[in-house]
Ligand binder design. Structure first.
Ligand code: SF4
Length: 495
């Protein structure tokens, strides 16, 4: 069940004695009749999913609460604050209810109280929800409602959808795929960090394809790099790449965390949407090209943060290689754990001090056409190391899917056909692939010849000072050994 639906159901518990209009949307007439009867019955204290219709607009109110002869409208949202679209929704609802003869006393949003902390006694739903009364705001927007409704019906009655130029505000829209279907393969939207203003300027020049952007159009360094790579077809590698890899090994470790932020706090002392780490994957590549793997995945029935931290400390204790990550996320999470567990500070700090972030190195020193304007490990790894294949993952294939899969395990609310062992296996496979992808990105950065897709000779690359030369040489040799082992493994499997 989606979290919004679940929270909507829980909110009804705050109004004991209420009656649910459980007719589905296609039984609207029956829902209207039942709602009308309940409104007229003085014994009714609250109606859930109350149905109304006015001006051709149908609506269902999450919670309608009686106050004498008047009614309070409560729309339930799983967000932790009120968003502009909530005000629009509510304005339409009030219009329909007033038109249906309901005396509306107030209208507001019941949303998640982000300051609520789960106590030892369990969840307190009265405290979990916060209510923001929007009656005053609604009065201001109310005059435009009939015109807006008439505009919407006008659009709905047309034979074709209106021809609207897509802008940055389209991001997140459910119809993104449909509206952008005829855009060119290298649509300007893919430019990294394209500001709405620049997008508008390109639209004004009628430019949709990145390759058509003129040389003198002001782009950022990274945006222009992408444009150049698409025009000339050659991967960009900066002359500073080699130097930036100094101090990153191998020997090196590769670390990735998965976290969840459950809307309903699962553990004592946590608040809604608090980040809770529940999984890590660690690959370690030694100086001889041997690759080892360790992992942690919480059970879910208990707060995992302490065992998550202790497990990581224990597996990294006694080693001193750099720990490569791919974003600042792991550093932030470990710093949170240090604040939470002062007794683990020394062990956790020793990990934090060894973290090295690969992401800024990739972003600053290399661009491959298949990055498609994005520098996430899922875009970068398959481009630089084509054998890294995220498409083989089933079920859990990105961070959001990992987070929601673990939440379902922890809440004990599995989807249809799901099982805990299968979800756990998908989570382990996904996180392991992320750290393996980091190994491969590091290897590709150190060893690939971008023009010929062959390994550089060591001497072609190494013209730095002797110290740098020796460190990098050792790392490069480790990678060459690693590749040899992988090739050998592939060979033995195929025989
Ligand atoms: S993507 Fe959404 S907001 Fe943008 S034009 Fe299409 S329907 Fe409108």
């Amino acid at each position: 069940m989606a979290v919004g639906t679940y929270i909507g159901e829980i909110a009804r518990g705050v109004f004991p004695g209420g009656t649910l209009i459980d007719e589905p949307p296609w039984e609207h007439a029956q829902a209207l009749t039942r709602t009308r009867k309940l409104v007229e019955d003085k014994e009714t204290t609250a109606i859930f999913e109350a149905a109304f219709e006015h001006d051709g607009v149908r609506t269902r109110v999450d919670i309608l609460e009686r106050d004498g002869n008047r009614w309070h409208i409560h729309e339930v949202k799983s967000s932790s604050s009120v968003k502009p679209e909530h005000v629009t929704d509510l304005t339409i609802q009030v219009h329909v209810l007033l038109g249906s003869g309901i005396d509306v006393a107030s209208a507001g949003i019941m949303h998640v109280n982000k300051h609520y902390v789960r106590g030892e006694e369990g969840l307190n739903w009265q405290q979990y929800f916060a209510r923001t009364d929007l009656s005053d705001e609604l009065n201001e927007t109310f005059v435009d409602v009939p015109d807006e409704i008439s505009n919407h019906f006008d659009i709905l009655n047309r034979d074709a959808a209106p021809d609207i130029e897509m802008t940055s505000s389209c991001k997140g829209c459910d119809y993104w795929g449909l509206c952008s279907a005829d855009k060119p393969e290298h649509w300007v939207e893919a430019l990294p960090n394209l500001s709405p203003r620049k997008w508008g300027e390109l639209a004004a020049l009628n430019i949709e394809d990145i390759r058509d952007i003129p040389d003198d159009f002001p782009l950022t360094k990274t945006q222009d790099r992408m444009r150049q790579v698409l025009i000339n077809g050659e991967t960009y590698v900066s002359s500073g790449l080699w130097k930036s890899l100094k101090g990153l090994g191998p020997p090196a470790a590769y670390l990735d965390f998965e976290t969840m932020a459950p809307a309903i706090p699962l553990y004592i002392g946590t608040h809604p949407y608090q980040k809770i780490p529940f999984q890590w994957s660690l690959h370690q590549l030694d100086a001889f090209g041997n690759l080892f793997h360790n992992e942690f995945l919480a059970i879910g029935d208990d707060d995992p943060r302490r065992s998550f931290s202790e497990g990581l400390i224990s597996v990294l204790e006694g080693s001193n290689e750099p720990i490569l990550v791919y974003s600042s996320f792991e550093r932030t999470t470990l710093n949170d754990m240090i604040k939470l567990f002062p007794d683990l500070k020394v062990g956790l700090l020793s990990i934090v001090d060894r973290l090295k972030d690969l992401l800024p190195i990739v972003r600053g020193h290399i661009y491959h056409k298949d990055f498609r304007g994005k520098f996430s490990i899922k875009n970068v790894a398959p481009a630089l190391a084509p054998h890294v294949d995220y498409s083989e993952l089933e079920g859990v294939a990105d961070g959001l899917a990992a987070s929601t899969a673990f939440e379902r395990i922890a809440y004990g609310k599995l989807g249809k056909g799901e099982s805990v062992p299968e979800l756990r296996a998908s989570l382990l496979k996904y996180c392991k692939l992320d750290t393996l992808a980091m190994v491969e990105v590091h290897r590709a950065l150190m060893t690939s010849d971008w023009e010929n897709d062959e390994f550089y000779h060591l001497t072609d690359y190494i013209d730095e000072k002797e110290k740098t030369k020796q460190t990098l040489k050792r790392g490069l040799l480790a990678f060459l050994n690693y590749v040899e082992k992988i090739e050998y493994e592939k060979l033995s499997k195929s025989e």
